[in-house]
Ligand binder design. Structure first.
Ligand code: PMP
Length: 394
């Protein structure tokens, strides 16, 4: 019999250090308010930026797609798992992103695994921001190219690493960055990265998971936000956050996407998105293309809440987006703060090591267009009350 003692010990250590993930089960659908463990709580930590996860249009589209196409894709895309509805989603997503072509994967995580190992080999170099998302880190680990890690948002540091890669004789170079950094909500310096990559003949890839549906015209993302169309070679996105469904994609030049259809392992070896997900995602793209109402509401709510939290004395770090990290630093304090919020009817999880570095624990509040001002005031009052109680506020 396998001896599980080591796992038991490690779990106990995590608990002692306040690092054990407290997984709470939702007893109601996604929404501004939730039922969790028999309690009604305001949802301040989902990525459902636009409220699309329970949008009636999207729900109807999913049901319609099931009626027309069934429940499962039946195979991987390259064998018998490409349905007409997948092609339509890819074409409309590419048009929305103002790019030539798009390939849809099962998640944003898979989209990064799909692209990085497929386009690089041992003669190449990959240059990654030190705070990039875990799915980029793992994709970089999976590829055979030489790795260079540059300091967070530091273009000088990247320039030095590019020189090193050049001197080491790299054939192709790929610079990869999150668009919006998911734990702090700060933005990649994309205009500077784009001009550097252009000068150095280097591929530029941005993972826009938290910018999709949030930044740019009608939520077209960070490239649109900075007016950089044509300057970024590879855009990765997710359908699981603002789009409200699940899935991921890579968009760019047709040649790149044709190449990925032949080489990307999650595309070749894992079954495609189900009809319901595909139909709902298509409805999300159509909704965003036709109206910016939800995106505007999201930004209104973001300014409203963040301004009041700063006035109350909380530290929100360098965020430029609806991601609102309430910095508490100490892991145990952050975990206690989150539990107290839950007792007071606010669901906002503590995020600690290994998701963020040790000593950088925080409550990461996620603002949504589905919140009303009254909801945000409710959260604010609870944050202030517990902030005083736990001596975070003076
Ligand atoms: N990239 C980034 C930057 C992310 O924040 C996330 C989600 N945490 C992902 C990729 C993964 O997306 P998905 O949940 O669709 O797999």
């Amino acid at each position: 019999m396998f001896d599980y003692t080591q796992f038991v010990k490690e779990l106990e250590e995590l608990k002692k250090a306040g690092l054990l993930n407290r997984i709470r089960t939702l007893e109601s659908p996604q929404g501004a308010w939730l039922f969790i463990e028999g309690k009604k709580a305001l949802n301040m930590c989902s990525n459902n930026y636009l409220g699309f996860a329970f949008n009636e249009n999207l729900k109807e589209a999913a049901i319609e797609a099931i009626r027309e196409w069934g429940v499962g894709p039946g195979a991987v895309r390259t064998i018998a798992g490409t349905l007409r509805i997948h092609d339509v989603l890819e074409d409309e997503l590419a048009a929305f992103k103002r790019l030539e072509a798009c390939i849809v994967l099962q998640s944003g995580f898979n989209a990064n695994q799909a692209v990085i190992p497929a386009i690089l080999d041992e003669t190449d170099a990959v240059l990654s921001d030190e705070l990039n998302h875990a799915s980029i880190i793992d994709a970089v680990r999976l590829c055979k190219a030489k790795r260079y890690i540059w300091k967070h948002r530091d273009v000088r540091s990247l320039e030095e690493k590019l020189d090193e890669a050049e001197q080491a004789g790299a054939r192709k170079k790929l610079v990869v960055t999150d668009g919006v950094f998911s734990m702090d909500g700060d933005l990649a310096p994309l205009p500077e990265l784009a001009s550097l990559c252009e000068r150095q003949d280097t591929l530029l890839m941005v993972d826009d998971a938290h910018g999709e549906g949030v930044l740019g015209e009608n939520g077209r993302g960070i490239v649109d936000h900075f007016g950089l169309h044509g300057k970024v070679d590879i855009e990765v996105g997710t359908l699981s956050k603002a789009f409200g469904v699940v899935g991921g994609f890579v968009a760019g030049k047709k040649t790149l996407i044709d190449y990925l259809r032949q080489k990307a392992r999650p595309f070749l070896f894992s079954s495609s998105l189900s009809p319901a997900e595909t139909g709902a995602a298509l409805a999300a793209v159509r909704l965003l293309s036709s109206s910016d109402e939800h995106v505007k509401k999201l930004w209104h709510n973001t300014s409203y809440f963040q301004k009041k939290m700063i006035e109350a004395g909380f530290e929100l770090g360098p965020t430029r987006t609806p991601i609102t990290p309430v910095m508490l630093y100490d892991e145990k304090l952050s975990s206690t703060f989150s539990s107290r919020l839950f007792e007071e009817g606010v669901f906002a999880q503590s995020i600690a090591f290994p998701t963020v570095p040790r000593g950088k624990a925080r409550i990461r509040v996620m603002i949504s267009a589905s919140h009303s001002e009254a909801d945000l005031d409710y959260a604010l009052e609870r944050f202030k009350k517990i902030g005083k109680e736990l001596k975070v506020l003076g």
